[in-house]
Ligand binder design. Structure first.
Ligand code: NAD
Length: 318
């Protein structure tokens, strides 16, 4: 059963299914959570996404309904209670590295767009204002990019930054030997103080939760650009807002944010908007927010569909 929330990847799965004659898919428009888990009755596997709520309660229901395979069609799995899945012998399979370049390219797009105020420029031009006020950015060439987390996506980002002629420094708990030729590993503090552009590419874990907070923000250069395409909770939003108010950032580009799952804009009542940190972030002209779309390229969707269906075949083959 395919929990199909946004109806964006059905086509790629349908196209890919032609190569997997043993598999049939049924789709439901709901996301997987404790209210919808019972729909899985009678299926061999469920397929869920990064927006799904695969908590203890959901897994208990899936277990009751006889589900033994959870296919996550995404890389991150911080929304899955792995301990409970293990307890019920529900195998969790994901797509670890479908297209690191897709996310890294989006991270660079956010960095460039916020540096050169593209969204502001676009809106001005649409209003027939071709003046340059408020649009000045800085060259990336010969500036320093600080990459936090140099796994698959972080490594791709390092290569892109190098292509821009940037000096690339990085912080990771494990050093990626393949990058040693042009990436200098430094402490987190040094990365924060030396970087002109900081991009987050580590997973969300206890050790990385709110890794960007008022203390780490204070250590950054004034006029830095901060990009987060990893997970919203790497950044403590209230502190980010404080940092923006302190004029710490030339630009902030976020593809992910703490409130993501709450559909804050579905109900645009004044009350919701007043209490929504995402809405507060959008009120700043140098903040650019996109809709968790880093992965959203044709190539990535094809790779996600192929790997997810192959995971199902591998599971059935034992
Ligand atoms: P990866 O596992 O290949 O790399 C993660 C890196 O982070 C590893 O090198 C790891 O050592 C490092 N790391 C772990 N703990 C750290 C810490 N405390 N400090 C610094 N580094 C640490 O993962 P990936 O494929 O590169 O993906 C990175 C993240 O990107 C995923 O966890 C996911 O949250 C996010 N993601 C976002 C999108 C999107 O559409 N925006 C798509 C895919 C993945």
């Amino acid at each position: 059963l395919f929990y199909d929330t946004k109806n964006y990847d059905r086509e790629s799965f349908e196209a890919c299914l032609q190569n997997f004659s043993d598999i049939t898919i049924e789709y439901t428009k709901s996301d997987l959570d404790p209210r919808t888990a019972a729909l899985a009755e009678g299926f061999d596997a469920v397929c869920a996404f990064v927006s799904s709520d695969v908590s203890t309660q959901t897994l208990e229901i899936l277990h009751e309904k006889g589900i033994r395979l959870l296919l996550m069609r995404c890389a991150g799995f911080n929304n899955v209670d792995l301990d409970t899945a293990g307890k019920y012998d529900i195998r969790v399979m994901r797509v670890p590295g479908y297209s690191p370049e897709a996310v890294a390219e989006h991270a660079m797009a956010l960095a460039l767009a916020s540096n050169r105020r593209l969204y502001k420029s676009y809106n001005k031009v649409r209003e027939n204002d071709f003046s340059l006020s408020g649009l000045m950015g800085f060259n990336f060439y010969r500036k320093t990019a600080g990459i936090i987390g140099t796994g698959k996506i972080g490594a791709a980002m390092c290569h892109i930054c190098r292509g821009f002629g940037m000096k690339v420094i990085a912080y990771d708990v494990y050093e990626n030997q393949a990058l040693k030729e042009f990436v200098e590993y430094v402490s987190l503090d040094q990365l924060l103080s030396d970087s002109d552009v900081i991009s987050l590419h580590c997973p969300l874990m206890d050790s990385t939760y709110h890794i960007i907070n008022i203390d780490t923000i204070r250590k950054m250069k004034d006029g830095v650009i901060l990009v987060n395409t990893s997970r919203g909770a790497l950044v403590k939003t209230d502190d980010l807002i404080e940092g923006i108010r302190m004029h710490k950032f030339a630009g902030v580009g976020l593809d992910v944010y703490e409130e993501e799952t709450n559909n804050v804009f579905e109900d645009r009542s004044d009350e919701i908007l007043e209490h929504s940190t995402t809405a507060r972030l959008l009120s700043f002209p140098n903040v650019m927010i996109t809709s968790h779309q880093g992965f959203f390229t044709r190539e990535a969707l094809e790779a996600i569909a192929t790997t997810t269906l192959q995971n199902a075949v591998d599971f059935l083959a034992g």
